[in-house]
Design a protein around this ligand. Sequence first.
Ligand code: GLU
Length: 510
Amino acid sequence: MNDALKTDPLAGVTGDRPVVARFCPSPTGNPHVGMARTALFSWAFARHHGGKFVFRVEDTDQSRDSEESYNLLVDVMRWLGLDWDEGVEVGGDNGPYRQSQRMDIYADVAQRLLDGGFAYKAYDTAEELEERREKARAEGRPSGYDGLHRDLTDEQRAAYEAEGRQPVIRFRMPDRDYTFDDLVRGPITFGADNVQDFVIVRANGQPLYTLTNPTDDALMGITHVLRGEDILSSTPRQIALYEAFAQIGVGSGVTPRFGHLPYVTGAGNRKLSKRDPESNLLGYRDDGFLPEGLLNYLALLGWSLPAVDGEEKDVFDLAEMVEAFEIGRVNPNPARFDLVKCEAINGDHIRRLSVEQVTERLLPYFQKAGLIADPATDDEAAVLAAAAPLVHERISKLTEAVDMLRFLFVAEDEFTVDETDAAKQLDEKGLTTARAAHDALAGLETWDTESIEAALRAALIDGLGLKPRLAFGPVRVAVTGSRISPPLFESLELLGRERTLARLSAALSS
Ligand code: GLU
């Protein structure tokens, strides 16, 4: 093995076959950020090499998997726009793509491994294993399986079975080192002592990840396995299984290349856990991230576009990523998840949209907030289209537009003014300003941005001698309910004369 391989991710596996990469999450809990990063990198790798992308679901653990979680995974992949050529929901030649529907396949492979002598039945009880493990630890020996039941005679097996013991199936790990050329990390060696015979089928007949994952990779023709670093220790076992598969005719006989993606860390440089709130992928959708913004940020967790003329480019779209996605450029060091940067990048993507596009993206958020009906009335759609340009440049998440524009859509009897802002802006002086604004606006002939601006400037700046900041603050708070709003004169135009005056009057009489 040498470093040169790292620069050619296709060496050793594909020949004239296309690249086939995969994403194969387990449906437990909410889809999380680390998962999406893995999906994105595998997808970009497949697309970069003009290959296929397979999406299968590893749902063999009935106690932890749920249908709800499965649906969320499909939902999130569709929302992100990471399309797959084969897999759940779309089908393909190597299905089914849910492991729960492939149990007969795993039983068959396990039996062939047993028949070929690559695996064996082990009858040790949990207590026996624990006792031997303790002893090994105390003596400073490796504490994995000691191979005691590796070579039982038929009589010994029969005797255990007569006792009513149910065996697990263990894979017989060849007694040698395993070296592979990781696509991200370069050559990695696992010493023979570090990888013991491992369980592939539980005593109750349930096949484990250790068997199902490489079986599917082999049968689905996967050429490249990209996954999180947490699974690195499984790789020598999987390579050994592949070598056995080649002898018993499971799959094509070619071992895939492996690449282990760096950990994602959160606050305090801790590994981001599934349970951290910033891990929850659907939270980003609810919060108003664009899928393209989130994907752009996720791409930066361990990867970056090559600099051009020394210039780093942080904001890019998926097509640019696909074009440039060299797996050898992935940095093996932990990648820090920085929500502030993620939001900033999302804001850049919002600004890349046209006003029409941003209006379209905003609509569901206004509907979810109950501010616009579903389907929207013509009036609502027109107000949103007119209001979108006011916030387009100012938001980094779509939900911020909902907060900023709520005043336009809320029913009059539900309109409220932020109390802290009111206390600051609508004191005695502020109320005087609001009264002057009311009177100036009441007499306006034409209700448009220019006339509103001219009338307010004349009344408040020339008339009351106020500085602009002091002049418009009270009007803004009284009419939009908050100190933070889109540009004032445009906002008033959109709100209309009647509602503007009613809100100024309400402020004066409260
Ligand atoms: N189902 C495994 C997981 O979600 C897949 C690991 C792999 O990619 O091999 O962690």
